[in-house]
Design a protein around this ligand. Structure first.
Ligand SMILES: C[S@@+](CC[C@H](N)C(=O)[O-])C[C@H]1O[C@@H](n2cnc3c(N)ncnc32)[C@H](O)[C@@H]1O
Length: 304
């Protein structure tokens, strides 16, 4: 049977406190809800859940994030059906918070389904401006459109291009490339020691780093001068993270910029196996479960 120690052995050299990392992957996580501020307020949701006996703590990170103990099926509560909240991992919510889209802006979400981050951006933009949410997989586009409607979002246009071929006809103030990836950040082991992972929306035969590099370059080419791009994955694999950002830095005059949220993180790598990465890579964020209590993520904030 696979264990965290064997599955991630090749990462032990760069994951800080690898034992604590593996312990975190065997420990149940606190549920995170993102309150849909287009429909209600965090205080209302907190009171509604507290009246049902749940222990709810507001996250210090953002007022719309609530942490709820012992809530294994957050999608089944009445408040979820009402669109009062969207269950979303804390680190996943950091993606839209880092990109920080503003009301009235033109934003592109290049890999959008099922819409957790599109809908978060829409609420940060107070339903003002336009988000072009792109998703090539037909059945996932359906989920995206369902979620947007359910959450009362009215500033999103959906498209169905392969992101690497997204038309270059207009330029965006902000672009999100939440790339298809191997999803290692979601791996966990249950009490019986079985690996639990979210089945992912890409073929195992897909050359992910190649696709990710193409998506990131296209995302960059869609930026208006001075615009901001966020590249995100939920994997630890440097070939899908630093190597992808490195390829962009070699092909385009992109600037890496600091991410300024108060969250414990590790810097991007400058060395992995035989590869050396640009020293600016330390501005990227590696988010590990034992540091955040949430799923693993990689973030790179880029300016045109
Ligand atoms: C990590 S998921 C996106 C999650 C989404 N941003 C959210 O927060 O709900 C990556 C998405 O990229 C889509 N995808 C796969 N190949 C793609 C391509 N060539 N161009 C754009 N998107 C692609 C997948 O179908 C999947 O829905």
């Amino acid at each position: 049977m696979s264990t965290c120690e064997t599955t991630f052995a090749s990462y032990a050299a760069f994951i800080p406190d690898f034992d604590a990392f593996c312990t975190a992957l065997r420990t149940p996580r606190t549920c995170c809800l993102r309150v849909n501020t287009l429909r209600t307020t965090p205080a209302v949701v907190q009171a509604l859940l507290a009246s049902q006996g749940y222990h709810v703590t507001p996250s210090p990170l953002a007022e719309e994030l609530l942490l709820v103990e012992q809530l294994p099926h957050p999608g089944r509560l009445r408040e979820a059906y009402l669109g009062y909240y969207h269950p979303q991992a804390l680190t996943s919510a950091l993606v839209s918070l880092s990109l920080a889209p503003q009301p009235g802006e033109l934003v592109c979400d290049l890999c959008a389904a099922p819409g957790s981050k599109t809908s978060h951006m829409a609420q940060l933009m107070r339903n003002q401006g336009v988000i072009v949410a792109n998703e090539p997989a037909h059945e996932r586009l359906f989920m995206l459109e369902y979620n947007l409607k359910h959450l009362g979002i009215s500033n999103v246009i959906t498209t169905r291009y392969t992101g690497q071929n997204f038309p270059l006809r207009c330029k965006f103030a902000r672009v999100l490339v939440d790339a298809p990836c191997s999803g290692e950040g979601n791996y966990r082991w249950d009490r019986q020691g079985r690996l639990r992972r979210v089945r992912y929306a890409v073929s195992p035969l897909e050359d992910l780093p190649r696709l990710q590099k193409q998506l990131l370059v296209r995302g960059y080419d869609l930026l208006a001068p001075g615009g901001s791009l966020l590249y995100a994955t939920c994997t630890y694999n440097p070939a899908e993270n630093e190597a992808v950002v490195q390829a962009l830095l070699e092909q385009r005059p992109a600037t890496l910029q600091p991410i300024t949220l108060p969250v414990q993180h590790s810097p991007g790598l400058q060395q992995w196996q035989e590869y050396t990465y640009d020293e600016r890579m330390q501005l990227c964020w590696r988010l590990y479960p034992h540091q955040t209590g949430s799923v693993g993520f990689f973030l790179a904030s880029i300016r045109a």
